[in-house]
Design a binder for this molecule. Structure first.
Ligand code: NAD
Length: 431
């Protein structure tokens, strides 16, 4: 099929590339000229495992191309995906400016029947809004489909190629049929394709993210209770998770959730529920717990050291999670800002997010190229993102490099007894 994907960010680039990988002709559109130029040269504007090679292969096979010219892309395609950002506005509601603008541009470029697919995470009712916008601009026939994306950054390619389910909100059987055909190669292993009305499809994405965020905040609260009673959250987590009704995933306490999705989607669902006079109370608590959790590690440092003024703190991990360079709403930002405000000096390392971090902090922190370099002369290490390379470090080497062997483990990566046996003063979450 001939496909256009508008918005070539974390989602659009993965969607476009994976659709090309399955033999479709895909043209990716972005208004950011520098991004398009980079991609045309086979260079990645973001880090996502496995993506670069796939982009290069499909570009070489001429199934994948990049442009800033939206009208051209729309005219040559039968299905047009909208995958632009929907950042939170000032009141927490999803800002639909980009989606609406793209819908208008698509409508003006249409030259026949098109299926317009909303891939961005958008509030309930957006499909109708997009339908209205397009109708005002064109006389050509079209269908609007809502097709929320569930991929996880860091495993995005794998997730898109092998989805748990595909959700298609479509009121028009012709469009639903085309979408099912498009996704058939990805669902051969039996993943369900769920066709439903657009409002339900739109809500699926928010409900899923809000529930995952709830699990995280819930376990962070359990961890806080563990600390007060001398219980071990690891033991509690394993016992709770082995109940099949609950399941083992997303039960890890830590420094709070971040990223471009959970914080914004929790805010948005609260907001659009409130617009219909519904107070989604549980999510207010989820948000509040998360905000508190982000500074828990700094509070532990403050109670250990008394004052952080003039102390050198190493930070391992800056991205909001491993296997990505994305620092949007990353807990590391809040933690580092708090450390700097308390007068500490920060030496940080992340395997992929160094460049992004430089854009955020400039010269206010020292960014190191190697993990051990960040430990030189440090009076404490704060472990913030659980990259694999931090799981089995050389502890004697760490101790030698650090001025004081104190570790604040925000991801419970290490064994408390072993750390103490190695001579570290060790703090973690809920243990
Ligand atoms: P992003 O910011 O990485 O990418 C958005 C891209 O759209 C940017 O490259 C931007 O230049 C481009 N763009 C904006 N306006 C445009 C226009 N008028 N014409 C052409 N291009 C335009 O965002 P993202 O992380 O890819 O997220 C996109 C959407 O997908 C959001 O709604 C998000 O909530 C949702 N989503 C994200 C994830 C994720 O893990 N990042 C997962 C599922 C869903």
């Amino acid at each position: 099929m001939k496909i256009a994907v508008v918005g070539t960010g974390y989602v659009g680039l993965v969607v476009g590339t994976c659709l090309a990988e399955n033999g479709n002709d895909v043209i990716c559109v972005d208004k950011d000229d520098s991004k398009v130029r980079m991609l045309r040269r086979g260079r990645m504007p973001i880090y996502e495992p496995g993506l670069e090679e796939m982009v290069q292969r499909n570009t070489a096979e001429r199934r994948l191309s990049f442009t800033t010219l939206l009208p051209k892309a729309v005219r040559q395609s039968s299905i047009v995906f909208i995958a632009v950002g929907t950042p939170p506005g000032e009141d927490g509601s999803a800002d639909l400016r980009h989606v609406e603008e793209v819908a208008r541009q698509i409508a003006r470029a249409m030259n026949g029947y098109k299926v317009i697919v909303n891939k961005s995470t958008v509030p309930v009712g957006t499909a109708s809004r997009v339908r209205e916008i397009v109708r005002r601009e064109t006389t050509h026939p079209f269908s609007v489909v809502s097709n929320p994306e569930f991929l996880k950054q860091g495993a995005a390619v794998e997730d898109f190629l092998k989805p748990d389910r595909v959700v298609i909100g479509a009121e028009d059987p012709r469009a639903a049929g085309l979408m099912k055909e498009l996704y058939a190669p990805f669902t051969r292993t039996g993943a369900p394709v769920m066709v439903m009305d657009c409002a339900s499809a739109e809500l699926c994405k928010y409900a899923a993210n809000a529930l995952l965020a709830t699990k995280i905040s819930f376990m962070n609260e359990v961890a806080a209770v563990c600390e007060r009673f001398g219980a071990n959250v690891d033991e509690v987590r394993k016992a709770v998770g082995s109940d099949r009704r609950i399941g083992t995933s997303f039960l890890f306490p830590g420094v709070g959730y971040g990223g471009s999705c959970f914080p914004k989607d929790v805010k948005a669902i609260l907001r659009f529920s409130a617009e219909k006079d519904y107070d989604f109370e549980i999510l207010k608590a989820v948000e509040a717990v998360n905000e508190r959790q982000k500074v828990r590690l700094v509070e532990k440092m403050e109670s250990h050291f008394g004052s952080l003024k003039g102390r050198t703190i190493a930070v391992w991990g800056l991205a909001f999670k491993p296997r990505t360079d994305d620092m949007r709403e990353a807990p590391a930002i809040t933690i580092i800002q708090r450390l700097l405000a308390a007068g500490a000096k920060v030496q940080a390392y992340d395997p992929e997010a160094e460049k992004v971090a430089r854009g955020i902090f400039g010269t206010r922190i020292q960014l190191c190229e190697k993990s051990y370099e960040a430990l030189k002369g440090a009076q404490a290490l704060a472990l913030v993102t659980e990259w694999n390379e931090f799981r089995e470090p050389d502890f004697p080497r760490m101790r030698k490099l650090m001025r004081e062997p104190v570790v604040f483990d925000g991801r419970n990566l290490y064994n408390p007894e072993q750390m103490r046996a190695q001579g570290f003063t060790y703090y973690s979450i809920g243990r």
